[in-house]
Design a protein around this ligand. Structure first.
Ligand SMILES: [Zn+2]
Length: 306
């Protein structure tokens, strides 16, 4: 108690120094969080870790090369062999950001789930293969593919995905794009917000969705399933300055952030051309890969069983 009294007296005498110390602690903590490596740099091989496992999908899907990435890697798609036009169509995409591999790994691991679905399941497992190999969010030319899904893009990854999807000439019940929240997001786009506590740095998973038909809203169902399976969902009320309600940022209502209103995301393209319910699922980058893969499995499962 004596010590505490001493401290209080000191603080009262030195308010400025105390404030400086507190501020330094807050900034220090944030910088420390930003420097943590959430995905240890492992050498990955697109050929061995993606193309080879995809061969196993050939029982149920046609495996097709739909174009080349900026760096010349083949971009692949899976089309259901037993396509039935009376069934609903689902599109699942992953690997748009190369440093967010859990969605892609979850796809590759859950062939059974995907093949026993009652829907026609289309898959583009890895939109940015170079990023996957080098564990980078962007392409080799520092292009964020998830801002390139617009007519005048010069990025070949986005070009081939868009023309392939348009060429299918299908409507999808849901489109699901699998992502992860990583420290890299903040490093690349949010350094200016260093003191903003509302950024998704170390909280749970969340969902972006564009809902054009309220009956097809899926985000709240995904969040419910995640909570049932004890996957932490974010408690934050804002993500990148946009309102987040119950772990879900729902467009077009929520579109207030400049970053996303300039758009060109795959979710945006899907909502404009393919579906009334486009989802982007964000797992929590600081958790173990296993747990993040489980999160993505639950997302896919919810869409497939709905
Ligand atoms: Zn991402």
């Amino acid at each position: 108690v004596k010590k505490l009294k001493k401290i209080i007296a000191w603080v009262a005498k030195n308010p400025l120094t105390t404030m400086r110390a507190i501020l330094a602690m807050i900034i220090g903590r944030r910088i420390f969080a930003l420097t943590k490596v959430e995905h240890p740099s492992v050498v990955r091989s697109y050929k061995n870790d993606v193309l080879e496992p995809l061969e196993k999908f050939k029982d149920n899907w046609n495996l097709k090369e739909i174009g080349k990435s900026e760096e010349g890697f083949p971009i692949m798609a899976l089309e259901p062999k037993d396509f039935n036009q009376d069934k609903e169509n689902i599109l699942i995409t992953a690997g748009v950001h190369g440093s967010e591999p859990a969605g892609l790994f979850s796809l590759l691991k859950n062939k059974e789930l995907l093949s026993h679905s009652d829907k026609n399941v289309y898959i583009i497992p890895c939109v940015n293969p170079w990023g996957f190999e080098y564990n980078k969010r962007y392409t080799k030319n520092e292009v964020d593919v998830n801002r390139q899904f617009k007519e005048d893009t010069e990025n070949s990854n986005a070009q081939c995905v868009m023309s392939y999807l348009k060429g299918l000439n299908l409507k999808f019940e849901y489109t699901i794009d699998l992502h992860e929240t990583t420290q890299e997001d903040i490093r690349n786009e949010g350094f200016i917000h260093l003191l903003n506590s509302k950024l998704p740095i170390e909280d749970g998973a969340f969902i972006y969705q564009t809902v054009l038909n309220k009956e097809k809203e899926l985000g709240s169902h995904i969040v419910k399933r995640l909570e049932e399976e004890e996957i932490k969902v974010t408690s934050w009320k804002e993500i990148w300055e946009e309102p987040c309600i119950n772990g879900t940022v729902t467009y077009p209502e929520a579109r207030v952030s400049i970053m996303y209103s300039t758009s060109g995301t795959l979710e945006d393209f899907c909502a404009n051309h393919l579906t009334e319910s486009a989802i982007t699922a964000e797992s929590m980058g600081y958790e173990s890969l296993e747990k993040r893969m489980k999160m993505h499995k639950i997302v896919m499962e919810t869409a497939l069983n709905k």
